[in-house]
Design a protein around this ligand. Structure first.
Ligand code: HEM
Length: 436
């Protein structure tokens, strides 16, 4: 048994006796997250919760930070995530959900040690802090070009007309995609959103499956062209490193070894295309509500990185993810029994007043240490450098563009029933600053 503390005789956590997540108002999506945080972060609020399905829910910042370091709080492997879908006997008609499962099994999200650190390193060699920082100038230029190409004086949608082209073309340039392919990959990644719904139907699964097929084919086709000898160092690097992996597949815990650079990239860049676009849109959403902050950033552009971090704390793209206890885990006087499913609510922890006083307030001076936007511990998001670079570049380009951006009045358009804080649309109007 792994022991996070020195406390004697910890007690087995009685999951069935915990209050439910739903009773605190959470049923998926950004509005529900807000409701949940207002209900649960009260002086007499609970320490732990459970889902209707019986998973332990961790949502307090201190608990999530401590548990992130626990090696046996494992990620769900493909078989746990997708049941027998991947091992069903072959048939002419693949089962519902197969295209998604067959894509996501290639994502290192669904692997544990010893495979996970090896695959992480392969990805980080290409998209870690150093290679990403080298793209700062070209990303800002790209964001500037996209803004300059949008019409002024008439509504444009930040989600579809700005964030998706930016994110699509960022990855597209690295993967040797045409602009059309790059945009298509971003759009299809968005169409896969029903995969992240808390309550799925046959129809929503079929929709996500259809999008997963197109998304994957688009990425794999480009990567196939630009692989070794095709002039794309990122693709060549991944293909080279992947060929050296010598670990057997283990769909039940360890994970699956992608067979090709195309499969590796399609799997791992799902978040690259999808979640990074949410980050860019959510950042703009928050800044448009805080024009005072934009004014400060205009004068002090060195604070843009801190502003993006605060935007993503306030509107975290990822609300929650699933884990499980692969051994009994002793934690702070409790034992989380082996086999328990655990929901980790990274997005709620960023709004825990014990860690972030006055959590609804945008505070540009707030230290970003301890942020849980990108998770924590051994599985912390390897795409965080790229995602924040893109969001930062968009803000820089906007402030440099000579354009003002104002939101079109109307209710916010968040997608509910979702594990993410995701805007369906964010209509804005761009205007030359001089006529503001
Ligand atoms: C703002 C945008 C993004 C957010 C908020 C985000 C958030 C997260 C979170 C919360 C985790 C789980 C960490 C944990 O369990 O400790 C994660 C893992 C991961 N993210 Fe991201 N992510 C974003 C963008 C990206 C991008 C751009 C990529 C790819 C290029 C990416 C690829 C991954 C992968 C592969 C993992 C699994 C890591 C592992 O299991 O070792 N993410 N992300």
């Amino acid at each position: 048994m792994s022991d996070m503390t020195s406390a004697a005789a910890p007690e087995r956590l009685d999951l069935a006796a915990l209050p439910t997540l739903e009773s605190y108002g959470y049923d998926g999506g950004r509005e529900a997250l807000r409701r949940f945080c207002a209900n649960v972060f009260q002086p007499d609020g609970p320490r732990f919760l459970r889902t209707g399905g019986g998973a332990l829910v961790l949502f307090r910042h201190a608990d999530l930070r401590a548990m992130a370091a626990e090696p046996h709080l494992s990620t769900l492997a493909p078989a746990q995530m997708f049941g027998g879908l991947l091992t069903a006997p072959p048939s002419d008609e693949p089962p519902l959900g197969f295209a998604m499962a067959d894509l996501i099994k290639n994502q290192l999200f669904s692997s544990n040690a010893p495979l996970n650190p090896i695959l992480r390193k392969i990805l980080l060699n290409q998209i870690g802090p150093r290679p990403t920082a080298a793209l700062a100038d070209s990303t800002r230029r790209l964001a500037g070009e996209i803004l300059a190409a949008r019409p002024t004086g008439t509504p444009v949608d930040v989600v579809r007309d700005i964030a998706e082209p930016l994110i699509g073309r960022y990855w597209g340039a690295l993967l040797g995609m045409t602009d059309e392919e790059a945009l298509s990959a971003a759009v299809e990644a968005r169409r896969m959103t029903p995969m992240l719904f808390l309550r799925q139907t046959a129809e929503s699964t079929a929709e996500a499956d259809a999008a997963a097929r197109v998304y994957r084919a688009t990425v794999e086709q480009a990567v196939g062209r630009s692989g070794p000898g095709g002039g794309c160092p990122l693709v060549a690097g991944i293909a080279h490193d992947l060929a050296a992996v010598d670990i057997p597949d283990d769909l039940d815990h360890g994970g699956y070894v992608p067979r090709t650079a195309g499969a590796f990239l399609a799997g791992n860049l799902f978040d690259g295309f999808h979640t990074a676009a949410l980050a860019a849109a959510n950042t703009i959403h928050v800044l448009l509500r805080h024009p005072d902050v934009l004014d400060v950033l205009r004068i002090q552009p060195d604070r843009i990185a801190a502003a993006v971090s605060e935007c993503l704390r306030l509107e975290p793209p990822v609300i929650h993810l699933a884990r499980y206890a692969s051994e009994d885990i002793a934690y702070d006087g409790h034992v989380i029994p082996k086999g328990s499913h655990v929901t980790v609510m990274w997005g709620a922890a960023g709004r825990d007043p014990a860690a972030f006083p006055a959590p609804d307030v945008f505070d540009l001076s707030r230290p970003s240490q301890g942020a849980t936007t990108f998770g924590g511990g051994a599985h912390i998001c390897p795409g965080r450098f790229a995602a924040t670079l893109m969001a930062r570049s968009l803000v820089e380009a906007l402030l440099d563009s000579g354009l003002s951006m104002r939101r079109v009045e109307g209710p916010d358009d968040w997608i509910d029933n979702n594990a993410m804080c995701q805007l369906r649309h964010l209509p804005v109007v761009l205007e030359p600053l001089a006529v503001r």
